[in-house]
Design a protein around this ligand. Sequence first.
Ligand SMILES: [Zn+2]
Length: 435
Amino acid sequence: MVKLFKGNVINPVSPSELEVRENCTIAVRDGIIEAMFDEKDPIPENYQGLKAEDFGDSIIIPSFTDLHIHVSQYVQRGVGMDCLLFDWLNKYTFPQEANFRNLDYARAIYPQVIRDFLKNGTTQVAPFTTIHYDACDLFFRMLEESGMYSYMNKINMDMNSPEYYVEDTEQSVADTERFICEHSGSRWSGRVQPIIVPRFAPTCSDALLKGLGKLADRYDLGLHTHLVESRAEAAWSAELFPQYGSDGAIYERCGLLSGAGPKIFAHVIYPTNVEYEILNKYTAYSVHCPISTNNITAGIMPVSEFLKRDLRVALGTDVGGGHDMALYKVVGTAIQSSKLKAFYEEDYGRIDLTETFYMATAGGGAAFGRFGKLEPGYHFNALVLNGLQDDGFELPLIECLERFCYSGDDRNISHRFIDGNLIDPDEVFERIKGI
Ligand SMILES: [Zn+2]
């Protein structure tokens, strides 16, 4: 089935090019963009007679990919933000995550999370959940029903965790394998796929990491974890795993990078040459979450160095370290944070809107395939923006996008599409809350 959509298209072509096409028509066949043509172009023969859904002066952009968020910390967003990391973990985060042992609790919280993703235009997501199999299975089924794309699993932690929120090593590996087996294959859409999600090296024993490494290899899966998140975490990992020498080497040597799926590392604020080599070797995604790493006082990822080295960078909200579900606000904060870093470090280069918007869309979207651009061959996962102009003064389209990333909210998003289908976040919420 073919649908035509018309409007002012802003497309992140590359980290250095943001393309604007005014009054552009996008032809979508079975959810995939088939062709794009401008007003001056003749309408291609196969689309003649079809009426485009015309969004007029509105802006059409690709939807967002949040490549790092703790969905189980949703209810604590914007709370405890005056704590330092370890107080925040012990007072808020671990007790909150432990609540998900109760399936009714998960059933109450998770539909709100998915509604909030969709309201804010996020249609691809890599979440951290909790250690609880049943709550993770529920979240998987809700994601599947919502139409969103995701990589997920239960998380793993068998040491250096509170006694009320920790796993037995063998059980952790067995539950992870069960999750993989029960959430793969033809009875599911394939939009939500398993990945391996150890919390981070300091909360995982060598035996657990190696057990998970075998699963990555056996089922050809990717990895999602935290990497050199703070100076304290990097030092702690090195102390706990002296045989491996660095945070990145732990995951490589335990076999966790052996599968074909995407390798997703959150934060990566203090990479050594070993980490840079590993990120390059596995074409890994480093996820910049500046709202969160400001809140937890972890530091600022050296993004311009990553771009110089041609490494993949995506963005994440990292709620509840981050206090907002809107990935476009992470775009604004990423730019702000790079200016702050450049203010204190003379040789550091700033990043701009073009680079940062690319990370929020095409950068993270690539982990899922052809997502995050408005070009033929890509999924039509897209948003329609408006309400970004003032009366009496006309802002250029790129500056409207910039204003959205700094001052916008979900009221500026009038339409959301996944695979060419219009999505209503409230309707999805009503549908999934009974699962
Ligand atoms: Zn995180």
